[in-house]
Design a protein around this ligand. Structure first.
Ligand code: UDP
Length: 238
């Protein structure tokens, strides 16, 4: 029987992934479906750390553009990611998946603070660790937090869950001739300005030799296929 090719993963879930077809917030059925995919992989013995976004609730850039102080808006965005982390944790609890939320901003009544060795210990114990509040710093994104935590957790790979099933030569919604890359190097992705992760996250992963797999969380079974190293999504490598 085939074995998972990754022992420990860092899964980046955007806030929008939790939204489903709604225009904002958290869609219960969508979260349950995502959690069932996560559980399937956890049951294989894969250690799972998750960085959750907050775009479904609050994104700092637009309010800042409208005149709000950028740092304040970004802190609000980080708090939004903590709410998503709590929703995800609760959905995991309901299916018997034990998890811990660690926040990069101290907010102790609702989540533990981020402590690296403790997070690693949880992973070793088979608990899912959900990282909230991004990097804890304004002017960053949860993509960068995913790159950072992936490295800190010594994950084998960063899995970027999106709505599209990989990186394409062009926008597949606009161009029917767009082709999905099965693999692509960091340098090529950067040179061609392809949408993988934001530039800071991409540069960090490239410099630290951390591969990224971009795949669709909306495609049933895709996460599991990525874990088994099947031709799913796009592998971005050095
Ligand atoms: N954010 C931040 N620092 C971080 C991570 C996030 O300031 O390290 C803020 C920022 O305002 C961002 C918002 O939190 O717009 C939500 O994060 P992100 O946009 O990355 O979420 P996603 O697009 O993945 O849902």
């Amino acid at each position: 029987m085939s074995q998972p090719v990754y022992k420990r993963i860092l899964l980046k879930l955007s806030g929008e992934a939790l939204m489903g077809d709604d225009s904002y917030g958290i869609n219960r059925q969508t979260v349950e479906r995502i959690v069932s995919e996560i559980k399937e992989v956890a049951d294989l013995g894969v250690e799972i750390a998750i960085v959750i976004g907050g775009g479904n609730i609050f994104r700092g850039v637009a309010p800042a553009a409208a005149g709000m102080d950028r740092a304040t808006a970004d802190y609000m965005g980080m708090l939004a990611t903590v709410m998503n982390a709590m929703a995800l944790q609760d959905a995991m609890r309901q299916v018997g998946l034990v998890s811990r939320v660690q926040s990069a901003i101290t907010i102790q009544q609702v989540a533990e603070p981020y402590i690296r060795p403790k997070a690693i210990q949880y992973l070793e114990e088979g608990k899912v660790v959900v990282f909230g509040a991004g990097t804890g710093n304004p002017f960053f994104t949860t993509d960068t937090a995913a790159a950072l935590r992936g490295m800190e957790m010594n994950a084998n790979i960063v899995l970027k869950a999106t709505k599209v099933d990989g990186v394409y030569t062009d926008d597949p919604k606009k161009n029917p001739d767009a082709v999905r890359y099965q693999t692509i190097t960091f340098d090529e992705a950067i040179a061609k300005n392809l949408k993988v992760m934001d530039a800071t996250a991409l540069a960090l992963c490239r410099d630290q030799n951390m591969n990224i797999c971009v795949f669709s969380i909306f495609k049933p079974g895709a996460l599991k296929r990525v874990i088994f190293g099947e031709n799913e999504g796009t592998l971005v490598h050095c």
